[in-house]
Design a protein around this ligand. Structure first.
Ligand code: HGY
Ligand code: MN
Ligand code: MN
Length: 424
């Protein structure tokens, strides 16, 4: 954050500037139709629906008189026209991600990008001038739902190319190279999409809380203090397939029995043993997945979270140790890989204070809280000061079709985003 007092944005009267709430809500409704099914949304990163969703938002930006481009990592970048040569400070980046989990909600990620578009259009229409550019971003493949490289787009932007596989594939082994090209990216040009440390004044992400705290406390705005750490582990188990009716129980090499033991152990780690805050197995693939065949192989994915990196390391080591013991006992071959490791981060104190001041000025009740969900902001924190603004999630649920937030809260969050951008 710059030491000099922030140069207040020059504009007709930036304290009276407001977003267009109806336009924001309409755009959220229209975007939710893309990949919409059974009330939920499925736009898994780099799927056709995801590419369609990002093209739709790009069109909305151009219709608003802004420019839209896709970087080599597949990130959608929206800017106000002009060369910004009078900028004396690095840009402020605002946004989130447009991809979703399978059969997820209409707000996770999408809300932050549509609100960023709304803020940029409001600044543009009011002719607000500032000593820095404001850029909106729709990060690619934050969830890792199809191509298991979550935070893909923000890792590229933050220059963490060493932490990404050179030839990423989806769960079925299909190459990312082609899907990325269809989205407008280029796997061989990722370096052109990286931003260096200090190249941004700040990154701001507006997001639904995805938890119960703000609703329970009756607060409209959440000022995020920290974002959880996370380790994602992929386990592959190989046994010996056989006939369910003729293969004796003793001597079986059943990978699904080993998987069941591991799933129970992961649950115990985060409950009775309290080794980490939460631990989940949300994805299991059984082959050949036939009811009267002893499975040949099982793949399962483990998600560990905690705000303390040391506790995460202990939990990761315990999973590895437990798997080795279970595989030996079950006479099953096992491999395990930590595919994602994102460190817990604290948001920038000055950005937090600016968010809090904006919410106070606008008269919204606020609460400072940690994020149990992971976000692109924790990756961008490698190169810039970051801040996150939350709004309440009804019943505290997310990653499900019934993910909802009250319209007034959605508008309030976007107002705080605008006010914070004007202050930064
Ligand atoms: O999984 C998460 O925490 C985020 O929604 N990607
Ligand atoms: Mn999510
Ligand atoms: Mn998200």
């Amino acid at each position: 954050m710059p030491d000099s007092p922030a140069v207040a944005a020059k504009s007709p009267s930036s304290t009276s500037l407001r977003i267009d709430g109806t336009r924001l809500l309409d755009r959220l409704d229209r975007l939710a139709e893309i990949g919409g099914e059974d009330g939920g949304v499925t736009r898994m990163g780099f799927s056709d629906a995801d590419v369609e969703g990002r093209a739709h938002v790009a069109r909305q930006a151009v219709e608003a008189g802004l420019t839209a481009s896709v970087d080599a990592g597949g990130n959608l970048l929206i800017r106000r026209p002009g060369d910004h040569r009078h900028s004396t400070r690095p840009p402020v980046l605002i946004g989130s991600h447009l991809d979703t989990v399978a059969n997820g909600g209409r707000l996770d990620g999408a809300y932050g990008v549509i609100a960023a578009l709304e803020v940029l259009q409001t600044l543009h229409e009011a002719g607000v001038e500032s000593d820095h550019e404001t850029i909106a971003v729709g990060f690619a493949n934050e969830e890792g739902a199809l191509f298991p490289q979550p935070f893909w787009g923000s890792m590229v932007l933050a220059g963490r190319l060493d932490a990404l596989p050179s030839e990423p594939e989806d769960y079925a082994g299909r190459p990312l190279r082609d899907a990325l090209a269809r989205a407008g990216g280029d796997l061989s040009q990722l370096k052109t999409a990286t931003w260096s440390p200090g190249s941004l004044t700040a990154y701001l992400e507006l997001h639904v809380e995805q938890g119960p705290v703000l609703e329970r406390l009756g607060r409209t705005i959440g000022v995020v203090e920290s974002i959880t750490g996370r380790i994602h582990m992929s386990v592959q188990l190989h046994g010996r397939a056989g006939h369910a009716g003729t293969t004796p129980m003793d001597g079986r090499q059943d990978p699904l029995v080993v998987a069941a033991g591991l799933i129970q152990a992961v649950q115990t780690m985060a409950t009775r043993e309290n080794l980490c805050r939460v631990a989940t197995v949300g994805r299991v693939e059984v082959l050949p997945n036939s009811p009267n065949t002893i499975p040949d192989s099982v793949r399962l994915d483990i998600d560990l979270r905690d705000s303390d990196p040391t506790r995460l390391d202990v939990a990761e080591h315990t999973v590895r140790q437990t798997l080795a013991d279970l595989a030996r006992a079950g006479n099953v071959r096992a491999t395990i890989e930590s595919t994602v490791r994102s460190a817990p981060v604290h948001t920038d104190p000055k950005v937090r204070d600016t968010i809090a001041a904006s919410a106070a000025e606008l008269g919204f009740a606020q609460e400072t809280l940690p994020s149990g969900a992971g976000h692109d902001a924790q990756v961008v924190a490698d190169i810039a000061p970051v801040g996150m603004i939350f709004v309440p999630s009804i019943d505290g649920v997310s990653h499900v079709p019934v993910e909802r937030t009250a319209p007034d809260d959605l508008v309030a969050g976007a107002e705080v985003l605008l006010r914070t951008v004007l202050k930064l």
